[in-house]
Every structure is written in structure tokens, then in C-alpha cells.
Design a protein around this ligand. Structure first.
Ligand SMILES: C[S@@+](CC[C@H](N)C(=O)[O-])C[C@H]1O[C@@H](n2cnc3c(N)ncnc32)[C@H](O)[C@@H]1O
Length: 276
């Protein structure tokens, strides 16, 4: 057991992927869905008040009258997708959390909203459709490795019409600078976010070079050990613009967030509107 724990706690190579299921783990995906649906919690989706403001701004910046078909990449349980549909976009959502997509489908049916949802990995998506507008919201882009960021840029280009728009947001350097390297632990006697039953979670936070961070969560219970790696890459205005233009996009504008706040060098996030 001690060997397994010391192995579990080793600092992994940059962008090593977790072997343990995260988005589709029966228990964790239920916790994530509750987090998405909590209007005051910022863990999975942003707060309800921000999302309302953001959807309104997006509708003005990339209006459905000019950009009717919208692909919501990493749509979760459809919080933005539903707002977009009510604003007049023809919405397609893609996500690889089965639980979120099932919730999104049921919710759209209950509300009589015509939204198409795909349970699929966006890194390998092939939807046989091209869109006027794609959105990837809440800093999911920076959770990807460099290779996966190249892959999603290409997939979005493949799924956009010429002149189509792509809106995404990333965490900025202020968030990187305030990220603290530390090691903490938590004993959950009656279960918690990671497991139903008793477990211990050892949390290690590391900074890597090139403005990358890792939250490494190691779970130890009576019958198993598992490691989860949550990566994040942080950007400056220049580095996100370069990554987008290198991939083949034109930069239309840069904002502080996906609600259209003005860009600030020391802001927590950067939103970028691109054109194919
Ligand atoms: C931070 S959440 C944001 C959800 C939503 N955009 C919002 O703002 O409410 C990221 C979402 O991306 C999904 N996701 C992560 N990686 C994915 C992948 N490779 N393919 C499809 N969906 C993915 C997750 O399941 C999760 O729902």
C-alpha cells in the first residue's frame, strides 16, 4: 500500500492525463451536475447572474440574425444553450459528460426548446454540419494540453463556415500569479465530492513552467487509490492571440470576459472573439 501511495503522489510530467474517470464517473458526475445547477456556485458553470449578462452580451456581439447556427462546445447541462435557443439561435451542444447531456436533453424537451445535443468528445468531433458561430465558455480551453488545444482549434475551423465566429475565454496571468503551490489533505468520513464512502484526499498544487498549473488530487480509500490531474494553462492577450492566429483564425476583438467587460492586463480572464 505504501508503494502505491508514494507512486500516486509523484509529480507527473506536464499534461499527463488522469487515468481515473472524472466526467463520467457515476458519483463525480452527479456532484458536477449539482455544481453546474447551483446558481451561486462558480465551480462548474459561472453564477446565474453572470451567465444572464453574458448571454445578452453574446447576443449583441454575434447576433443570431447574422449568425443563426451556434455550436456550444462543452455545453454541460445546457445552461447557456437554453438561453441561446430562447434568443433565436439554432443551437447544437456537445459534451462528453453523459449525465450532463441527459439532463440537457430532458430540460430542453420539458421547455419545448429545439436544441440538438451530442454526447461526444469535442477533440474528435465530426458533426457533419458547419456553423455560423462556435462558443467554448468557462475557460475549458486552458484545461487542455498544447496538443489538444491545437486539435480543438482545428476541429472548430472544420465546423465553421468561412466568416464564422469563435468565442472562447481563458484564465489570465492574475490567476496564475495568485495560484499557490501547497500540499493539503482532507479526511472525508462520510464521503464527499470524490467518493460516496470514507476516503482521504491528498491535494498537491504545483506550478510548471510556461504558466501551467496542476491540481493533483490523490484519493485513498480502503479498497483503492486514484489520482486526478486538473491542468490549467494561463494566457496573456499576446499568447492567446498568437495561439489563435497560428491555428488559422483572425482576431476580431479581445475582452476581459464573455460578458464583454473591457480587457485589462491584470484581469482574471481574457475572452477572445475569432473569425475563420
Ligand atoms: C467548465 S465546464 C463549462 C460548461 C459550460 N460551458 C458552462 O459555462 O456552463 C466544461 C464542460 O466541458 C465538458 N468537457 C470537457 N472536456 C470535454 C471534451 N473533451 N469533450 C466534450 N466535452 C468536454 C465538461 O463535461 C463540462 O461540461
Amino acid at each position: 500500500m505504501l508503494n502505491r501511495i508514494t507512486k500516486l503522489l509523484e509529480k507527473p510530467l506536464l499534461y499527463t492525463k488522469s487515468e481515473a474517470a472524472f466526467w463520467n464517473d457515476e458519483h463525480i458526475s452527479a456532484q458536477m451536475l449539482s455544481a453546474h445547477l447551483d446558481p451561486e456556485f462558480e465551480g462548474a458553470s459561472r453564477k446565474k447572474s453572470f451567465i444572464e449578462k453574458s448571454a445578452l452580451w453574446i447576443g449583441e456581439a454575434v447576433p443570431p440574425s447574422s449568425y443563426p447556427s451556434l455550436l456550444d462546445i462543452g455545453c454541460g447541462p445546457g445552461i447557456y444553450a437554453e438561453k441561446f435557443a430562447k434568443m433565436g439561435y439554432q443551437v447544437t451542444g456537445i459534451d462528453f459528460s453523459k449525465r450532463s447531456i441527459e439532463y440537457a436533453k430532458n430540460s430542453a424537451t420539458e421547455q419545448g426548446l429545439d436544441i440538438t445535443y451530442h454526447y461526444q468528445d469535442y477533440l474528435t468531433m465530426n458533426l457533419n454540419q458547419i456553423f455560423d458561430f462556435a462558443a467554448m465558455i468557462y475557460c475549458d480551453y486552458g484545461a487542455l494540453s498544447w496538443a489538444d488545444r491545437q486539435a480543438i482549434m482545428q476541429k472548430v475551423l472544420d465546423h465553421l463556415k468561412p466568416g464564422g465566429k469563435f468565442l472562447l475565454d481563458v484564465f489570465g496571468m492574475a490567476e496564475y500569479n495568485s495560484f499557490e503551490e501547497k500540499k493539503t489533505w482532507e479526511v472525508c468520513h462520510n464521503g464527499g465530492f470524490w467518493r460516496v464512502g470514507k476516503y482521504v484526499a491528498l491535494n498537491e498544487c504545483y506550478k510548471y513552467s510556461d504558466h501551467v498549473t496542476l491540481e493533483q488530487i490523490s484519493i485513498i480509500s480502503d479498497w483503492e487509490t486514484a489520482a486526478y490531474y486538473l491542468w490549467n494553462t494561463y494566457f496573456t492577450k499576446e499568447t492567446i492571440m498568437k495561439e489563435a492566429t497560428d491555428a488559422g483564425f483572425k482576431v476580431c476583438s479581445v475582452f476581459g470576459d464573455v460578458a464583454g467587460s473591457p480587457y485589462q492586463d491584470d484581469g482574471p480572464t481574457i475572452a477572445i472573439l475569432l473569425e475563420k
